[in-house]
Design a protein around this ligand. Structure first.
Ligand code: GTP
Ligand code: MG
Ligand code: ZN
Length: 297
């Protein structure tokens, strides 16, 4: 029988099938092969009369994220907050690269617009809207903007991701009150969340299949096999300048007369975006190196 993994908790997978839900274990040989099912996976199971089951096979994935650890999603809603915690452009840029490389539609959500904006979150949101991202400025607390976001997500498989405390679970509760997910306080001392959500779970809500996920601090690029030569292609605002570069193999770093670097210097490309490009390029270069510690055989 075929079904979809909607939850993983302590080695037990909840699998939804046309004939109901089954609580499954993964067959032992997955571990030997070094693979394991993740939420979002379509799987083949053997179902038992007591509604337990065994996952026998993972069907081919259309995409896979490592953090959050999910597969087969249409949309990645990356949630930042105006403050507590402040938005972090480098993480947003890394996430945009990963989503595009995996063929997932990214949506940027800036939550807590009811709070004062000391770090320029509004300007950041405007920057991403200008380069063609889908951006929503919302407040789980006041309800501002959440109807439009909910309409945009209908019919899709969506995961909410972002740092602890940005309000992922609060937003989902505001959009879909029936969910009543647990939410946490912001640590006054550290200005960030307390990792309230501990596992990934996909819910049917508003015509979508929506996943709440645990918050994370860092977002790593390794594991996605992103080529540094493809990187500029994931920065939409670089596109008009790429053909003007005098070198067809330009890395757009320190090459003389590089049209991208010039556009950044002249303010046609935002400094934070160009800086993210440079940093991500270096990370990918180190990962590709044969001496990379991260290199797997
Ligand atoms: N002022 C304000 N506070 C909010 C808003 N949304 C969430 N919060 C607060 O932010 C804190 C964290 O919210 P959560 O929903 O638990 O955040 P999370 O992103 O799910 O965090 P983790 O589960 O730890 O990853 C709570 O104290 C919420 O009340 C908002 O729109 N405005
Ligand atoms: Mg949460
Ligand atoms: Zn160049």
């Amino acid at each position: 029988m075929t079904g979809r993994v909607v939850k993983l908790l302590s080695g037990v997978y909840s699998v939804e099938t046309p004939s109901g839900s089954y609580l499954c274990r993964a067959k032992g040989s997955f571990r030997v092969q070094g693979v394991s099912p993740v939420p979002g996976d379509m799987v083949e199971i053997t179902a038992f009369p007591d509604r337990s089951g065994r996952i026998e096979q993972i069907l081919p994935r259309t995409n896979r994220l490592i953090r959050p650890n999910v597969a087969n999603v249409d949309v990645l809603c990356y949630v930042s907050s105006v403050s507590h915690p402040a938005p972090f452009p480098f993480t947003i840029d890394k996430m945009l690269v990963i989503a595009q490389a995996q063929g997932i539609t990214p949506i940027l959500v800036f939550n807590k617009v009811d709070l004062p904006d000391p770090d320029g979150a509004g300007a950041l949101a405007a920057l991403y809207a200008r380069i063609g991202c889908r951006v929503y400025c919302v407040s789980a607390a006041s309800g501002e903007g959440i109807d439009r976001l909910r309409e945009d997500l209908a019919g899709k498989i969506v995961v909410f991701a972002g740092n602890s405390g940005v309000g992922k679970s609060s937003l989902l509760n505001a959009m879909y009150p029936a969910l009543s997910l647990a939410t946490g306080e912001i640590s006054e001392k550290l200005g960030r969340g307390r990792h309230t959500t501990r596992h990934i779970e996909l819910f049917h809500a508003g015509g979508a299949l929506i996943g709440d996920t645990p918050g994370f601090g860092a977002l790593e690029l390794d594991g996605y096999s992103i080529k540094r030569t493809d990187l500029a292609g994931y920065f939409p605002e670089f596109q008009p300048f790429l053909s003007e570069c005098p070198y067809s193999d330009c890395a757009h770093l320190d090459e003389q007369d590089c049209a991208v670097r010039k556009a950044a210097a002249e303010g046609h490309i935002a400094p934070s975006r160009y800086e993210s490009y440079r940093q991500i390029y270096q990370i990918l270069k180190e990962d590709e190196s044969p001496w990379s510690k991260k290199q797997k055989n």
